[in-house]
Design a protein around this ligand. Structure first.
Ligand code: SF4
Length: 386
């Protein structure tokens, strides 16, 4: 490996949102510093030491629940173990309710050069229904503070198909987000995951969600509006001003290896590298591992010198093939047919003909890419091709 994408999971949030199935905990106090120290220890002990970081991403949870000083220490540890490659993108997610100019200034001083704000909606009623801790006005203030502190690469996360959301409401929301002139916009359709408060509300018939057709219209509206303002859609849910595509997420979509540190972090690395961590899967092309999820258990494991890769699986060629296609086809540039062949992936003629005839894919230079209509059927196309 010449370089690797590095992900650090920070699992704390001020409270738990009703739709959230991420590895996040509404915990505070001593456990936060204890987890920070354990994460740093995990990074410093990494068998991947010396492999330069292609990108660094702090996600969560809410990384900005940590102090500027704690974030700085984590980043210092990463830099010691994974010297950042030239032009390394260093991102932190941030919740607008947990940031201000001093916090952002401390992050800039630490070396972060990209900020991803979880705005989700600019309507207070939506934010209350989602159980978000911030108000709409705080998003404006957070964007201003981030710019003043020196962030020149700023993403806004926005959700659509929210309970009770009308097309008109979505348009206003989108227009407001775009008026703040982000460099990047990530768009998420609300999905109802099992084991969430929203799931239980759906079961009881208490959530009024937009119909599928309305969801499609909301998505198409975003594609249209962002294009008018000079954004390029480079992935199904991601829109960037030229030069601001998220390099870290591109590593995932291109199926490149990534290291994961922190509670519940996931990594995918070559078997030989994983074997140095816990002696298993040495022959595998790629191993995916997940750290212990709960902060208490994670800290206890690190402090006791135990193994962290709680779950690990050697990815079978068939799984790798499916993932390569499923992730690659999400990119607007599509997948390069030659690259697939080099990796031993042949696409069946019958399947190709079928998705062509449905108008879901088209050739693009030496690639295969989704058409505008096909973007609504990404999973179906990937499954057919794989
Ligand atoms: S802020 Fe994000 S990670 Fe935290 S509870 Fe809400 S959705 Fe989950």
């Amino acid at each position: 490996m010449d370089s690797i994408a590095v992900y650090v999971h920070t699992p704390f949030c001020p409270s738990k949102c009703g739709y959230c199935d991420f590895n996040s905990y509404a915990m505070s106090g001593e456990i936060v510093e204890r987890t920070t120290a354990a994460t740093i220890r995990e990074i410093l002990q990494s068998p991947l030491r010396g492999i330069p970081a292609k990108t660094i991403f702090l996600g969560g949870g809410t990384p900005t629940f940590l102090s500027g000083e704690q974030l700085h220490r984590i980043l210092d540890a990463i830099r010691e173990v994974h010297p950042p490659a030239e032009g390394c993108e260093i991102t932190s997610e941030a919740n607008p309710g947990t940031v201000d100019i001093p916090k952002f200034s401390a992050m800039i001083a630490a070396g972060f050069n990209r900020i991803s704000l979880g705005a989700q909606s600019f309507v207070d009623d939506d934010l209350i229904r989602l159980d978000r801790v911030h108000k709409a006005a705080e998003i404006d203030r957070a964007v201003t503070a981030a710019r003043e502190a020196g962030f020149t690469n700023l993403n806004l996360d926005l959700m659509f198909a929210l309970p009770g959301q009308s097309m008109q409401g979505w348009r206003r929301n989108l227009d407001k987000a775009l008026s703040l002139e982000p460099d990047h916009l990530s768009l998420y359709c609300l999905t109802i995951e099992p084991n969430t408060a929203f799931y239980r509300q759906v079961q009881r018939g208490q959530l009024d969600l937009p119909e599928d057709d309305a969801q499609v219209d909301m998505y198409d509206r975003c594609v249209e509006q962002t294009a008018k303002l000079g954004f390029q859609q480079y992935e199904i849910s991601n829109f960037a001003k030229p030069g601001h595509e998220c390099q870290h997420n591109l590593c995932y979509w291109e199926s490149e290896p990534y290291a994961g540190y922190g509670p519940g972090a996931v990594g995918a690395i070559p078997g030989a590298a994983f074997a140095a961590l816990n002696g298993k899967h040495a022959e595998a092309t790629r191993v995916r591992y997940t750290n212990l999820k709960h902060p208490e258990r994670y800290c206890a494991a690190i402090e006791g010198g135990q193994l962290l890769a709680f779950e690990s699986e050697a990815l079978e060629p068939e799984t790798l093939r499916l993932e390569r296609i499923m992730l690659g086809i999400r990119l607007n540039q599509g997948v390069r047919i030659e690259a697939l062949k080099t990796e031993g992936i042949e696409l069946g003629e019958k399947s190709l003909r079928k998705v062509f005839e449905l108008g879901w894919i088209e050739p693009y230079e030496e690639r295969l890419k989704l058409t505008a209509a096909g973007r609504h059927f990404c999973s179906e196309v990937a499954l057919e091709l794989a």
